[in-house]
Design a protein. Sequence first.
Length: 326
Amino acid sequence: MTQELEPTSNSSKTRQLLGMKGAASGESNIWKIRLQLMKPITWIPLIWGVVCGAASSGGYSWTLEDILKAATCMLLSGPLMTGYTQTLNDFYDREIDAINEPYRPIPSGAISVPQVVSQILVLLFAGLGISYLLDVWAGHDFPMMLALTLGGTFIAYIYSAPPLKLKQNGWLGNYALGASYIALPWWAGHALFGQLNWTIVVLTLFYSFAGLGIAIVNDFKSVEGDRQLGLKSLPVMFGITTAAWICVLAIDLFQAGVAGYLISIKQNLYATILLLLIIPQITFQDMYFLRDPLKNDVKYQASAQPFLVLGMLVAGLALGHSSLVR
C-alpha cells in the first residue's frame, strides 16, 4: 500500500526541510530541495561524535583555535560528508522512495538526476578538501583526517550503491551505518586533538553495535517498500516485534558493555552515570517503541536517543581522563 502524500502545513514543511518522515510535497525552491536531500536531522549524531572524540583525546582545550578546529571538523562530519552520504543514498534509493516516501525530492521530480549528481560531487570534493586542510592545521605527519574521510566515503558508497549495496543486508548494512554514525566521527574528533590508538578504535567499533540498534529504528518506516523490492532489512527478515527487540537490546546491552569497560579502567563515576542513563532509555522503549514500532519510531527517537548520545559523551570524557588513552 503506497503512502499518501502529506498535506502542506508549517509542520510538514519543517519536516521536509530537515529530511524527516511525514514531509510536505510541492516545494519548488531548489536550495531547500537540496537541503532536504542532505537530511539535516541526520547531521546531529555525527557532530556529536566529533565532540565525543575531542573529549576522549584528552587534548582539547577551550581556546579559540581549538574551537575553530572542532567547528570545522563538525562541518566536515555533518553537512558535508553526511550530506554527501544522504544525497548518494537518495540517488540509489529512487525506486524504493517512490513506494515509501514519494514526496522525497527525486521520486517527486522536484530535482533532476544531473542536479543530484552535481550535488554529490560538490559535497564529496568539499569534504576531501576540508579534511586535508584539517590535517595541515593539526600538523599531522600522516593525513589521518583525509584517510578517515576517504574511508567514510567508501563505506557510504558500498552501503548505498550496487553491486555490494550493504543496506540490502540487515546485519551488515545496519552495522555499517551504526559505525559511520558513532565510530568515524569519534575517530575524527580524537585524531584532530590527540593520537588515535587501538583502544579508541576497538571500543568505538564495539559501541557502534548500539548504533546498529539506531539504524534498525530507521528501517521500520520503509518495511513495505523493502518487502516489495526484496531488501532484507531486519524488520522484513524477522518481523516487526522481533526486530524491535533486537534494536533495543543492541542499544542497551552494548552501552552496558562500555560501562563495564569503564569500570575495568577505574572510571567508576563515569560508568555509574552511563548505567543510569540507560534507565530512561529502557522506560521509553517500553512506553513507545516495543508497543508499536511503526507508529512510534520518531517519538521513540526523540525521547530515548538523547540519553544515548549523552552516554557517548560520558564515555568520551572517561576515556579522556584515563591514562590508557593519553
